[in-house]
Design a protein around this ligand. Structure first.
Ligand code: AMP
Length: 420
């Protein structure tokens, strides 16, 4: 199948050719013709499947000529500012060869609202926004959604997971009743299904996991190691495996700061990446990571969610993710666009039970490896006596206090590690 069979205009085909994409991915083959036919879409598509282009290309093709002032014709809601930036970059790349001058507005929180308000003067054709900031701007009369013809919910599962359900409802109430709805989600828990059902009319359902060939080529490994030796092991692996660029996931912002500090002390260029850093700093870290000025980025789940680095070969779960979905999202940072990658999880005595839960739900059949010189000394057999910060141990839900206690214990062990 080639892109030219999907009904896309010559201008868009030319933009796609300049991006060096030879063939559409399965989600693109299925979604693009349906969107061009003005159908509603419910698509199950992982990050890295090419879903962004799957909705951006038809959106650009179906834009009406811009009025003066411009009216918002398409609204793309995303869970994070990184994803907003990524979607905008795809739209800009695709719009390069089309005749119409398309004005995008990218709206997210954590930065001053004024430049976004200024940018909205004169309107915009397509808005890409996180829900909270969009509502702020609507409340300040900076934009109106009354002319939106297409709504895209990108990573709908993530939008709901991050607690945006109320904001979403308020935004939906402001949209015209008659519109096209495109919902993309990696997972379909009942809350996502309900949202999809409420939103879409006779939708085309697309499941990309039917199309095995986009399954990224990711080698998953699990290594048993004492919690207190993880940084040393990481350093050992970086050197012995010759890793050039590593994305490391941790449970807290605090750990991200501490571990990157410790790696720097070990002469490894490392930077933290989390929600408390300014947008400018986050952009700088990503630019340095892409340019290989930084070798290791230590990220929390939320911040790491939007990282899109074309040739990222290695992702390390220094702390295990809280949920199975987070596991999928984390390892999806590697093996993108047909490249291969390695996703490696550190499993300590405390996190072993949680690792088994993830393995069971993900149907992973990984053997716990030991790295010579880093064999776990703590017993890996016993059930954990302290609940780990990740919770999720069947039959015993950690209370808030348990979680705080576990985080404090983890931070003490990290501090000890840093001081050693
Ligand atoms: P997603 O996050 O699902 O939008 O996937 C984006 C990744 O897929 C980016 O790295 C794109 O460069 C890449 N991509 C999108 N479409 C294609 C295609 N048809 N062929 C190869 N790579 C693609």
């Amino acid at each position: 199948m080639s892109f030219s069979h999907l009904g896309l205009s010559p201008a868009l085909l030319s933009s796609i050719a300049h991006l060096n994409y030879v063939e559409p991915t399965p989600v693109q083959s299925a979604a693009i013709p349906a969107i061009l036919e003005n159908k509603d879409i419910i698509a199950q598509a992982q990050t890295g499947s090419g879903k962004t282009l799957a909705f951006c290309a038809p959106l650009l093709q179906t834009l009406r000529p811009s009025a003066r002032p411009r009216q918002i014709q398409a609204l793309i809601l995303v869970p994070t500012r990184e994803l907003a930036t990524q979607v905008a970059a795809t739209l800009e790349d695709l719009a390069k060869h089309i005749a119409q001058e398309v004005k995008l507005a990218v709206l997210f929180g954590g930065v001053s609202v004024n430049p976004q308000m200024m940018h909205l003067r004169g309107g915009a054709d397509i808005v890409i926004a996180t829900p909270g900031r969009l509502l702020d701007l609507i409340n300040q009369n900076a934009l109106s959604l009354s002319q939106v013809a297409t709504l895209v919910l990108d990573e709908a599962d993530r939008l709901l997971e991050l607690g945006f359900a109320d904001e979403l409802q308020r935004i939906l109430d402001l949209l015209p009743k008659s519109r096209q709805n495109l919902l993309f989600s990696a997972t379909f828990a009942p809350n996502v299904e309900t949202l999809a059902f409420e939103l879409c009319v006779s939708p085309a359902r697309i499941r990309v996991d039917d199309a095995i060939d986009v399954k990224p080529d990711i080698l998953q490994r699990a290594i048993s190691v004492d919690a207190s030796r993880r940084t040393q092991l990481l350093r050992h692996l970086i050197k012995s495996e010759g890793w050039k660029r590593v994305l490391v996931f941790v449970a807290t912002k605090y750990s991200a700061d501490l571990i990157s500090t410790k790696l720097r002390r070990l002469d490894i260029a490392a930077e933290p990446f989390h929600g408390e850093l300014s947008q400018g700093k986050r952009e700088q870290v990503l630019a340095d990571f892409k340019a290989a000025r930084v070798k290791v980025v230590v990220a929390t789940d939320l911040a790491g969610r939007g990282i899109d680095i074309a040739d990222l070969k290695v992702v390390v779960n220094y702390d295990l993710p809280r949920s199975v979905d987070d596991y999928t999202h984390r390892i999806g940072r590697t093996g993108r666009a047909g490249a291969s990658g390695v996703a490696l999880s550190f499993v300590s005595a405390e996190s072993q039970a949680h690792f088994h839960t993830i393995s069971r739900k993900q149907q992973l059949h990984l053997t716990l490896e030991s790295i010579p010189g880093f064999e776990a000394q703590e017993s890996m057999q016993q059930p954990p006596t302290v609940l780990d910060v990740h919770g999720g141990i069947k039959g015993h839900r950690p209370s808030k206090k348990d979680k705080l206690r576990a985080i404090a214990a983890q931070q003490n062990s990290l501090k000890k590690e840093i001081e050693d």
